[in-house]
Design a protein around this ligand. Structure first.
Ligand code: TYM
Length: 340
């Protein structure tokens, strides 16, 4: 396999994906893959080991993982392109092995400072915080560094983890020579993917929070598998504010600003809605755009054959194992686990 510049991302499978995941990470990846797969190696994977970092239904996890892969196909990811690979994290053992080595070059304090860890652990209480949740950014760094990925489209909530992957790569390169390709900085990533990368779609009920699959009520979240009727209802009841002005200002008007970004993300034109200063019209336009997208996506999802998914994973995982093991072998030699 030739090693061209790699673009890589993943979305956990422990709950349904929502429009925040789509606009923040999957859409930039699909758009990029469709326009640049001839020039880059493009990898989209399901981080199934990351699923355990929060509560998960073990009965349905495998089915959810498979559904995520189908989701990628239904979203228009060009899976049949020869430079495109789709795979599951747990099927390539090098991810876990590299994570352990990186663990030993990561300080406790570094991980303690991760905002997502602080937020999540505050929510679930000390007794239920797993070491896996604490450790999560290290496995994520392994996911990225194993393949020398330079560009990693993720939502804003993952920016700190991406910076951590850079830090640990630089640290190990300084100690052991050129072991890893250092991923591009968050600002370089934004330049590469355009403005909409690094988005934080807000919860529809509480726009001070990001839209999240960990939300227990689900009222502020539009899932990709949701009925169009229910999606419309949620969008129409989105919390706004009393300014009566449609403007893109996340500090003063997070709800309206997020609706504008969602409208743009689904092919609308936020400038048009800003001119109207009409919250009702903005919500109607967003509801129409999202409902149109969901109907199309769900029809495509229903038409995907299981056999096709299995074949795709088999070939993706075979190729990725070779690539990941090359990096792991280099690291094992560098740290003294193998003869140099
Ligand atoms: P996960 O599964 O929580 O979310 C998948 C992607 O969706 C983005 N996202 C959002 N973007 C905008 N607005 C939102 N409200 C929103 N909610 C989620 C996330 O930023 C993410 O990009 N750790 C990752 C999965 C992962 C990964 C990786 C990603 C594991 N290893 C290596 C890239 C590279 C995660 O839990 O994302």
């Amino acid at each position: 396999m030739t090693h061209t510049t790699t673009i890589l991302t993943g979305a956990r499978a422990n709950n349904d994906l929502h429009i925040g995941n789509y606009l923040g990470a999957l859409k930039p990846m699909v758009d990029m893959a469709n326009t640049t797969a001839d020039k880059y190696t493009v990898q989209l994977f399901v981080p199934d080991l990351h699923s355990f970092t929060t509560e998960v239904d073990h009965e349905t996890l495998y089915a959810m993982t498979m559904r995520n892969v189908k989701t990628y196909i239904a979203l228009g990811f060009p899976v049949d392109h020869p430079n495109v690979y789709v795979y599951r994290q747990s099927f390539i053992s090098a991810h876990s092995e590299l994570a352990w080595i990186l663990d030993c070059f990561t300080s406790f304090g570094e991980l303690q400072r991760m905002t997502q860890f602080k937020d999540r652990s505050a929510k679930i209480g000390e007794k239920r915080i797993s070491v896996g949740l604490f450790n999560y950014p290290v496995l994520m760094a392994a996911d990225i560094l194993l393949y020398g990925a330079k560009y990693v489209p993720v939502g804003d909530d993952q920016s700190q983890h991406l910076e951590f992957a850079r830090d640990v790569a630089i640290r190990m390169n300084n100690k052991f020579g050129n072991l890893f390709t250092v991923p591009a900085s968050v600002s370089e990533q934004h330049k590469f993917f355009g403005n909409k990368q690094g988005l934080r779609v807000r919860d529809l009920v509480d726009p001070s929070k990001k839209m999240s699959k960990s939300d227990a009520t689900g009222k502020g979240v539009v899932f990709l598998n949701e009925s169009t009727v229910s999606a419309r209802k949620k969008i129409k009841s989105a919390t706004t504010d009393s300014y009566s002005v449609v403007s893109h200002d996340y500090t003063k008007q997070p709800g309206i600003s997020s609706l504008l970004d969602v409208a743009d993300g689904f092919g609308g034109d936020s400038k048009e809605y800003i001119a109207t200063h009409n919250y009702g019209a903005l919500k109607q336009a967003v509801a129409d755009k999202v409902a149109g997208f969901l109907a199309d996506y769900q029809a495509k999802l229903a038409s995907i054959d299981d056999r096709r998914v299995e074949d795709l994973l088999l070939s993706g995982e075979h190729a990725m194992q070779l690539r990941a093991n090359e990096t792991l072998d280099r690291v094992q030699r560098a740290v003294g686990l193998r003869a140099r």
